[in-house]
Design a protein around this ligand. Sequence first.
Ligand code: PRX
Length: 641
Amino acid sequence: MKNIQIKTFAEYKKAYKESVENPEVFWDKIAGEFLWKKKWDKTLEWDFNKPEIKWFPGGKLNITENCLDRHLETIGNKTAIIWEPNDPDEESRYISYKQLFVKVSHFANVLKNNGIKKGDRVCLYMPMIPELAIAMLACARIGAVHSIVFAGFSSTAIANRINDSNCKMLITANQVYRGSKPVNLKEICDEALEKTPSIETVIVYRRTVENTPMKAGRDKFWFDELEKAEKECPAEEMDAEDLLFILYTSGSTGKPKGMVHTTGGYMVGTTYTFTNVFQYNAETPKSSDVYWCTADIGWITGHSYIIYGPLAAGATTVMFEGIPSFPDSGRFWEIVEKLKVTHFYTAPTAIRSLAKHPISFVEKHDLSSLKVLGSVGEPINEEAWHWYNDNIGKGNCPIVDTWWQTETGAIMISPLAGITPTRPTFATLPLPGVQPALMDENGEEITNVHEKADGRLAIKFPWPSMARTIYGDHERFKQVYFSAYKNMYFTGDGAYRDATGNYRITGRVDDVVIVSGHNLGTAPIENAINEHPKVAESAVVGYPHDVKGNALYAYVILYDDVEPSDGLKEEIKKEVSKIIGPIAKPDKIQFVNSLPKTRSGKIMRRILRKIASNDTSNLGDTSTLLNPEVVDSIIKDSKNI
Ligand code: PRX
């Protein structure tokens, strides 16, 4: 990927200019660096009104040939994946490009033997083990569409996602350890499987010795299936616009949105941004750069920047099964030292939680291998930025604060490591090909880039890795992303731009709350709380939290005859955990008699947010409320929560 790598700030500026003035020529050149079975007929077709976006239509390729086959001759023996287990006493696994190629091809035949064909949807509910990477690439090899569900989600969440896209197969593991806690993944799947008629086969990887019940005819062990399968599997020919995967993300209404990503543009976008943002040196077989993104593959960060981007670029990518606090809070730094990690990419929430522990956890490890640090998922506050810079980077590693979304597929606004001047808390400048627009409260673009301004962030031109639709609900795709501003994609984020054009993302402007870097819609959490038989109604908002960035505050109205109690709060949290997953559990619950509502019956979340944030000095205009008197009583009771 040498030919697509920007080396200086002047080159960045030149590339940016070119990408805006002549986007098709710009992306044509970049796409030309990849392996295609047939060249595309057209570079781009787009219409944000429909919306319809096609990149490289008519082009034929298989993304796994770009991630695997293409590297065999040049860097076949180089390590593609280093796997670091949860238990530090268990051995790490090193998988070369050649070995990964063999494993992916072999498992692709397991999929085929079990009736999976191009276009079929396959759900993956897996721990962070190499077999997750193998299964996703195997799907891509034969043109099946993977839908990965983060293995911290509940059985109900799995079932909803499987049913939304009619998955034919589920791939999981019997059990996994996270820290010292076992999680019985297959049992959780079994609960989900009671409600998922479309699933014909379940493939189970045995991660631990623990037995798991298997349903005859439906459930099959990974290794038994491999034994029956051929080793070689030619790659399916895919159109650039054929589906690669579906990944669900929260929305501001109840149902999760199955974001659809297609093959060609996603590959070009993730690889281009990986190479340039991280300035990863992948070209030589001897290159010793080791890149580690600590995200879970169940999120978009893992899809784009543990698997597809790094592998297409020929990088060595680390997969970590465990958690940052096990066996102690020095685990990340122990791994950096052990694997000589050069590029480290994590979330502000992890930085803030590790910064709370004695600095000796950091200091006892040699972090001198580090060259580049990354941040993703939420705004990084000044304090966390400096802690990261001073204690981890020792002032020598550029920090790339990367802003993007599940929907954007790839990084959109970020410094290029060591090239773009950084500024704490700023994601800085758009990458080549990204045309942001800052919108004012009247829906007009703020075009004067030489004056600082606050607004809402939109994007006014397509980029290759953008989502194409919401699976099965194109109208919702249009409503959510393309109806706020004419001819623009709306991000749902607020942003500040300084007088030199640097962007700082200020947070969501809709009913999505980013908790510990996880994107959570408040509506589904309210729905889950309301499932509790003693709950009449609820409202959930976010409030600032010093480790998680934001935490969740639930205002709950109980039925008349119900006595509030701490036990009931625990039951409500359990309900949310059961329906969505532990990450969505509210941190605070306040029982209230009623909620502040407008005359049209809409809950005034702005007021609830202020109360939850303990910022009640200026509640703004409450005169439009139907019941202004409830505000005082909620404020009074909130002091004891
Ligand atoms: O609010 C922004 C925040 O995370 C949202 C996207 O969440 P998700 O789709 O889960 O993807 C997370 C990983 C890409 C955005 O709308 N966000 C993401 N990165 C940043 C950020 N906020 C501020 N700074 C960032 N670097």
